[in-house]
Structures are given as structure tokens and as C-alpha cells.
Design a protein. Structure first.
Length: 282
């Protein structure tokens, strides 16, 4: 376990940081779209080329990132306040450009424990910002690929009590796992390692919502970014939830998941092509 937000890992030396600034990386692309400064020219170019084919251009991509952040905030607040979750494991950590899971959760429940997992060297270089915790709580960062389930769980267990419920948060992370790597099996193995009462928070880009030229943009982005970028159907996304109990309203466009009463749901705005859901492990 960690103490007062200090990193775990014992005497294990930190991985060497080798940052490739010539190829776009998803965590840095997200940071750019979110208004951060932890990105390079290759990341900006990848976004701008992919966004050129989208109606509304780069503002459409930025709106999607803002909408995803709002979805994550609503979900975390729901899980803390209404379900009583006090532990989170977030896959696909990014360099923060706003409140992330630990700020949101610990604002409501200061003793919440949060572990981030990611494999982008830039995120590793900024991991100190993901370890800042309220004194009552703990945060930690695990550097590793989500393709390697066992090491992630092993390292996360140094901070999280795996005998108690954990919320596994996957915000569009699975878009970057090709079918050949069995993304559905990865999710199943991760959930198998968690206690009953744990929850899966899922968001995934789909080709069945507001898809005008979206597939073209996704294909262009996939050619420029490090690693694959896979867009899936609603049916394929629903398979990630097999064996779990869906929380109302189920698998829906992320704007429609428990929207705030004062939310500005402009009917003329093109919907964000991302499905979201929260599901409980029985």
C-alpha cells in the first residue's frame, strides 16, 4: 500500500523515459485537444490532419474531449456519492489538463484511492502530477500496457484493496486495442480480478453515432498516431459488458448518461460519436 500519496514500487527502479517526439501518441493528442501543453508538433499535426475531414474541423474533436471529460466527472461523482465506491483504477492515463479521477473523487470522499495505468513515456514523465493526493487519500501511477493485465493488477494491488469493490475506468482506451489482441478478453480478465460490487466505466468511439466522415477521420488518425485506432459498432461495444449488470440508462451516447439538469443539450449540435456505460459486477 502507499501512504499519503507517495508512489509505490519498493526498490524497483523507475523505467527509463524515452520520448519519441516524431510520432503522435494518444495521451499527448488528448492533452493537446484538452488545452494542455504536454504535446509536440507530431501530435498537433495528427489531430489537425484527421480533423480536416470532420464537419466542424478541430473544434469537433475538442468538443468530443470536453464531452468525455464531463461524462467521466458525472460517472465518478455518481460512483462515489451514490454507490459508495472508494477505489478507482483508470486505464490509459493522460497528462492532466484539468481535473482527473482523483481530484473529482477525493473532492467528494477525501479518503478515496486511485491508481492510473498507462504506457505513454510523456505521462510517465508527468506521473508526479497524478500522484498528488489529499492527505486522507492515496494516488499512484503504474507504467505499463493494458495488454499486460497481470502486471497492472499486481502493481495496482499495492495501492488498492482487491477484496473491496474497485471502479475500472476505461475512457475510450479500448479504441487503441486491435481485435487481434482480444480487447474483450482483456476487459474480462481485469474484471475477474476485481471483487463483486466493482464497476466497469466504459466509453468507446462508435461508427453508429453522428458518423458523417467520422470513419474517414478515424482512418486518417490511425495512420498518424502510434498504435492502432479501432472504431467499433454498438453491438461490439456491448460485448465488453457481458456478465455485468448495466446501470440505467444503459449503453447510450455519453451526453445522455445522467446529464446534469442544467446541461446545454443543443439539438442542432452533431452528437459525439462515443457510447458510454456503467456496469456492476454481481
Amino acid at each position: 500500500m502507499t501512504d499519503q500519496g507517495r508512489p509505490t514500487g519498493g526498490t524497483r527502479p523507475p523505467p527509463e523515459i524515452e520520448i519519441d517526439i516524431t510520432t503522435a501518441h494518444r495521451a499527448r493528442v488528448h492533452n493537446y485537444l484538452a488545452g494542455g501543453d504536454a504535446h509536440f508538433a507530431a501530435d498537433r499535426l495528427a489531430v489537425e490532419k484527421a480533423a480536416d475531414v470532420l464537419p466542424g474541423g478541430i473544434e469537433t474533436a475538442r468538443h468530443a474531449v470536453r464531452t468525455m471529460a464531463a461524462f467521466q466527472e458525472r460517472v465518478v461523482r455518481y460512483l462515489v456519492a451514490e454507490v459508495g465506491i472508494r477505489q478507482f483504477l483508470k486505464l490509459g492515463a493522460v497528462v492532466p489538463a484539468g481535473d482527473d479521477v482523483h481530484e473529482i473523487a477525493q473532492a467528494a470522499a477525501p479518503g478515496t484511492r486511485v491508481v492510473y495505468a498507462g504506457d505513454d513515456p510523456t505521462v510517465l514523465a508527468h506521473a508526479h502530477s497524478l500522484r498528488r493526493s489529499r492527505p486522507e487519500g492515496v494516488t499512484d501511477y503504474v507504467h505499463g500496457s493494458m495488454l499486460d493485465v497481470a502486471p497492472i493488477i499486481e502493481q495496482a494491488a499495492k495501492t488498492l484493496d482487491m477484496d473491496r469493490p474497485v471502479a475500472l475506468v476505461s475512457p475510450a482506451t479500448l479504441n487503441f486495442v486491435a481485435d487481434e489482441h482480444d480487447p474483450h478478453g482483456i476487459v474480462a480478465r481485469l474484471m475477474d480480478a476485481l471483487a463483486p460490487g466493482s464497476h466497469l466505466v466504459l466509453a468507446h468511439t462508435s461508427n453508429e453515432i453522428g458518423s458523417e466522415r467520422m470513419m474517414e477521420g478515424a482512418e486518417q488518425f490511425g495512420k498518424l498516431v502510434y498504435g492502432p485506432y479501432v472504431v467499433r459498432t454498438r453491438e461490439e461495444i456491448a460485448r465488453f459488458l457481458d456478465g455485468l449488470e448495466l446501470v440505467d440508462p444503459g449503453l447510450v451516447p455519453i451526453e445522455q448518461w445522467h446529464p446534469r439538469p442544467d446541461a446545454d443539450l443543443d439539438p442542432t449540435r452533431r452528437p459525439v460519436p462515443i457510447y458510454g456505460a456503467v456496469a456492476r459486477k454481481p
